[in-house]
Every structure is written in structure tokens, then in C-alpha cells.
Design a protein around this ligand. Structure first.
Ligand SMILES: Cc1ncc(COP(=O)(O)O)c(C=O)c1O
Length: 392
């Protein structure tokens, strides 16, 4: 089957966060948005059709997941990730960040320490701080163009700060690491040793480049299953972020009850019907589309890598193992974080996520979202080249 990822759609005036907020932020009118993590591709046709069919019914009363919802998830996780889920583990939520905030409140007390690995997806720090908990950072080490965990630091930070919860980003946004089973096992064992719970955000699990394999944290060993909350969603994979649906798996009944009590406190009951309809349709019928998408993204990554090597060798692309986010080292340009922000947005006219959003360790870096038609990526690279050359 053929899938089209080359068509450029006009997303302006669709209520798009990515496209419609440039004036609000004082950005140039023709700025090219490659920031927030959604894709410029249409969702698979099976998803669009399922939504249309459900919409035609015309009645949108309080809803639960359509029949076959769990089975669709079960098949997906078994076939794609070798993980067997159980119906009782599943708690649906309107989003992964929302669920992370619930988990922080449910599983820790005010003032407790929560470990994160910066540079990391910035809502991790926010959900910790906004709920009156203390973020403790065990920074990833940037070594020879790649990021790794400093396990001694990881253990020391946990021990010295009496950490109660670790929020793991797996695969990791923004550095693109797909953690190996061995790395997960080492982190998970340290957490078990110090009685630290693990919230594993696996929203990018389906975006893994050839040669790498995502391992679900809970699938590493039974002890991890009982010590973790696994946060998943079809929203990155099939570009459904605006439909607000995520699937949280909590195998341990005690942890699950705490989590459910917390969501009950917030008045949360059912979700929107369209997210659940889309989720089921995507996991049932979107596999071939995703495989084609991964090939396209692999091509985009190769295009960007080759372009930077040939025409902007001073910029260093941190090779991602997964995700459609590319973390680029701009430090050779010698700009301060503020100067770099201005340069990218107003001279290159690219709207990226600036490195310091992900923590102080991100200074001098920028995050590109390459889930766009290749022609758009090419335009972005050419804008960047022109802007850099006008300075050097
Ligand atoms: C690691 C990670 N978690 C969560 C999210 C957002 O999830 P949601 O929209 O379900 O809150 C993103 C989006 O970029 C992400 O990168």
C-alpha cells in the first residue's frame, strides 16, 4: 500500500498550537514551525474514517471505550513491543502529562524528591514543581556526541535526597536515546534498592530507528512491573494529540488504587468519545501506515544529517535512536542562549524548542521536529544555512 507523506497541508487557521500562535509570541509571520511534537502528516485513513463514521451517528452522549478497545491495545503491545498487558492494569486519561501530574500527587507527598534526567521534556520538572514536590536532577552525560546515564550519580542523587519517584523518559525526549534493556535494568534495580517508584513515559515508544529496540520498562522483570506506572498513548504515533487520549498501565493494584483516588479527586470521569474511537482504529489498522512513516522519517533524518555534514559542519546533530525530534548542538557558533534564540527565530526564521527549556544542560542546543514533508525540512535547512552564512 502506498502512503503519502510528501503533501504539504496548510494547517493555519485550524486552531493549531504549532501554526496559529506565532503572532502571540511575536514571531515573524513566515516563521517555520518545527517546535511542539505533533506531525504535519494526516493520520491514517482508517482513523479518519472511524471518526467520520462515529460522527455520522450524531449522538455524543457520555461514553466509554468502544468494544474491542482493550484487545486492540493488547495486540499492539504484544506484537510491537513483546509486552502482555492485562485489562485490570489500564486506566485511561486525557493525556500523558495530565496522568504524570496525577501520578506525582498520588504516589508522593508534598516536599518529596522526584528524580528527572535533564535535559528532558520540560513538563517533567513542571509537574513536580507545580505540585509542591522537589525536582532532583541526575543529568545525562554528553560524551563523544552521545548521551548516557551516569549510574553512580543516579544512585547518589537518589540516596542523598531520599528520592521517592523517578520519572523516566523512554525513549528520551529530547536526546533521542532508546534505552537498552541493560540500562533500564540498572536504573530499575537502583530504584528497587532505595524503594523509588518509577513513572515511565513511553509516549515515543513506536518511533525507533532501524537497529534499535524499545523495551517497555515493566517488561524488564516482574519486580519492575510491580514498581512502575507505564504511560502510553497513540497520540504521537498516529498524530492524534488534539484528541486527548492516553493509556496508563498500573499493574500493581495498590499503586493503581492510589492513582485512581487522585483522579477521582480532580472530578475526572469519562473521556471524549472521539479519542477512544481513534485510538482503537489506529491500533487495529494503522500498523502499515506507521511502518511507512518510520521509513519516511528515517529518510528525513538522513537528509538532515547529510545536509548538516556537507553544508553546516559546525552544527552537530546528536544521532537519535528514536523519536522524530532531533537535538542539535549549536555551541560552535559561540552565542549565548538568548542570542541563539533570537538568531533561530528571527534570523533563520525557524520556530524550534530552545535547549534551555529542557534544563540548564540544554544551553547551546535546539530541538528540531522533523515530522514534516521532506520539502519543508529542506526549506528549514536552507534557511538555517543562509542565516549561519550571513554571520560567518
Ligand atoms: C515525553 C513526552 N511525554 C508526553 C508528551 C505529551 O503527552 P500528552 O499530550 O498526552 O500530554 C510529549 C509531547 O511532546 C512528550 O514528548
Amino acid at each position: 500500500m502506498q502512503f503519502d507523506f510528501d503533501t504539504i497541508y496548510d494547517r493555519r487557521n485550524t486552531g493549531s498550537l504549532k501554526y496559529d500562535l506565532a503572532p502571540k509570541y511575536g514571531l515573524p509571520e513566515d516563521v517555520l514551525p518545527m517546535w511542539v511534537a505533533d506531525m504535519d502528516f494526516r493520520s491514517p485513513e482508517c482513523v479518519v474514517e472511524a471518526i467520520i463514521e462515529r460522527a455520522r451517528h450524531g449522538i455524543f452522549g457520555y461514553s466509554e471505550a468502544p468494544r474491542g478497545y482493550f484487545e486492540a491495545l493488547e495486540k499492539w503491545y504484544k506484537e510491537r513491543h513483546g509486552w502482555q498487558i492485562q485489562p485490570s492494569w489500564l486506566v485511561k486519561a486525557s493525556g500523558v502529562v495530565y496522568a504524570l501530574a496525577q501520578a506525582v500527587r498520588a504516589l508522593t507527598e508534598e516536599g518529596d524528591a522526584v528524580l528527572i534526567q535533564e535535559p528532558v521534556y520540560y513538563p517533567f520538572r513542571q509537574v513536580v514543581e507545580q505540585n509542591g514536590r522537589r525536582p532532583v536532577v541526575s543529568g545525562l552525560v554528553y560524551d563523544n556526541g552521545a548521551y548516557r546515564v551516569d549510574f553512580d550519580d543516579f544512585e547518589r542523587k537518589i540516596r542523598e535526597n531520599d528520592v521517592r519517584l523517578f520519572i523516566l523518559c523512554s525513549p528520551h525526549n529530547p536526546v533521542g536515546r532508546v534505552w537498552t534493556r541493560e540500562e533500564l535494568e540498572r536504573m530499575g534495580d537502583i530504584c528497587l534498592k532505595y524503594d523509588v517508584l518509577v513513572a515511565s513515559d513511553e509516549i515515543h515508544a513506536d518511533f525507533v530507528y532501524p537497529g534499535y529496540k524499545h523495551t517497555v520498562f515493566a517488561a524488564v522483570k516482574p519486580e519492575f512491573e510491580q514498581n512502575s506506572v507505564i504511560l502510553t498513548a497513540p497520540t504521537k504515533t498516529f498524530n492524534l494529540a488534539g484528541l486527548h487520549i492516553s493509556n496508563i498501565f498500573i499493574p500493581n493494584p495498590v499503586l493503581r488504587e492510589k492513582y485512581q483516588k487522585e483522579t477521582a479527586k480532580s472530578g475526572m470521569s469519562q473521556l471524549g468519545i472521539m479519542g477512544m474511537v481513534a485510538c482503537k482504529a489506529a491500533y487495529e489498522g494503522g500498523g502499515a501506515w506507521l511502518d511507512a512513516l518510520m521509513e519516511y522519517l528515517t529518510g528525513n533524518l538522513a537528509f538532515m544529517r547529510d545536509f548538516l555534514r556537507a553544508r553546516l559542519p559546525e552544527l552537530k546533530l546528536v544521532e537519535p535512536e528514536g523519536t522524530y525530534l532531533v537535538w542539535v548542538d549549536f555551541r560552535a557558533l559561540g552565542m549565548s542562549a538568548e542570542e541563539l534564540e533570537r538568531f533561530i527565530k528571527h534570523e533563520a526564521r525557524l520556530w524550534l524548542d530552545g535547549g534551555t527549556m529542557f534544563g540548564a544542560a540544554g544551553a547551546g542546543f535546539q530541538r528540531f521536529n522533523i515530522a514534516c514533508p521532506r520539502a519543508v525540512l529542506q526549506e528549514a535547512m536552507e534557511r538555517l544555512e543562509k542565516a549561519v552564512r550571513s554571520r560567518t
